[in-house]
Design a protein around this ligand. Structure first.
Ligand SMILES: [Fe+2]
Ligand SMILES: [Fe+2]
Length: 206
């Protein structure tokens, strides 16, 4: 699948989850936590493949002078994207393991959705059309394949303090992904064993 189609599909998945969250009533504590857990997972994976593969490929192509594009504008768009990811990952890390009964939970999710919707609008409206001019079709298809494969091994939780550009994120990301897998497995086990009562949730950490 072409890289841009793959990323747009991810955006749609996340937007569907946002809409699902918005429809939940104030007392749907468990459902809210479940939807937010999925949002955290989807956005963590999506941000990771963009930061590990998509954005670096764009910067490389810009440096190589490919395509009839406004190069400084595209480079700035990537840098802005990294900063927007950074903020989103902080909010995600605060929501990760937070009780939906917390007074701040809904407000945090609202701010998260505002930030992500703004970021998606910029990517789809500004960055992606430039990227289409930057790469030949086959290159976009190869990049899409690489991102689809990477989805299986990248971190599934947010790591806002970790490096977000290669080579640092490739090294740190591999370790973080293993920790996240163990964390996910641990949470699943605890959820199976115990009905949801006390807090903090098992495995919660920043
Ligand atoms: Fe994106
Ligand atoms: Fe992004």
């Amino acid at each position: 699948m072409d890289a841009i189609t793959l990323l747009k599909n991810d955006h749609k998945t996340v937007e569907d989850l946002f809409k699902r969250f918005e429809k939940l009533g104030p007392r749907a504590v468990k459902s809210k936590e479940d939807v937010v857990a999925r949002i955290i997972r989807e956005l963590s994976i999506h941000a990771a493949i963009e930061e590990m593969l998509f954005y670096p490929a764009i910067r490389q192509a810009v440096d190589d002078g490919n395509g009839d594009i406004d190069a400084p504008n595209v480079k700035d768009a990537v840098l802005e994207s990294l900063e927007e990811h950074h903020i989103v990952k902080w909010v995600l890390s605060e929501l990760d393991g937070m009780s939906a009964e917390s007074e701040r939970f809904d407000a945090k999710v609202t701010v998260l959705m505002e930030n992500v919707r703004h970021h998606v609008e910029e990517e789809e409206g500004d960055l992606f059309p430039q990227v289409r001019k930057l790469f030949p079709k086959q290159h976009l298809a190869d990049l899409g394949d690489a991102m689809a494969k990477a989805k299986k091994t990248v971190p599934t939780h947010p790591h806002p303090r970790s490096p977000d550009e290669p080579p640092g994120n490739l090294v740190a990301g591999a370790g973080a992904a293993l920790v996240d897998k163990a964390l996910d497995a641990g949470r699943k086990l605890v959820q199976q064993k115990a009905p949801r009562t006390g807090r903090p949730k098992a495995g919660s950490r920043r």
